[in-house]
Design a protein around this ligand. Structure first.
Ligand SMILES: [Zn+2]
Length: 72
């Protein structure tokens, strides 16, 4: 989850990233993390929906470890 603040120039500036998996704030300086975005197509059950999420490295590992086909 990404939170933005609007600056004087009315530009959205990323102010905070929170892991959608565990709710922990992800330091934008130190920790690398996973960011995913998907716009679902017309023929899906989510027609046109835009999903966006962030995962800390721990939550990313928990999810990918359960894949039937492992990451290389
Ligand atoms: Zn997490």
């Amino acid at each position: 989850m990404r939170e933005y603040k609007i600056t004087m120039a009315e530009k959205n500036v990323l102010s905070r990233v929170v892991c959608n998996g565990c709710g922990k704030e992800i330091s934008m300086d130190a920790a690398d993390h996973f960011h995913g975005e998907k716009t679902w197509g017309y023929f899906s059950d989510k027609d046109g929906r835009q999903d966006c999420f962030d995962l800390c490295e721990e939550c990313y590992d928990k999810i990918t470890e359960n894949f039937a086909v492992k990451l290389k």
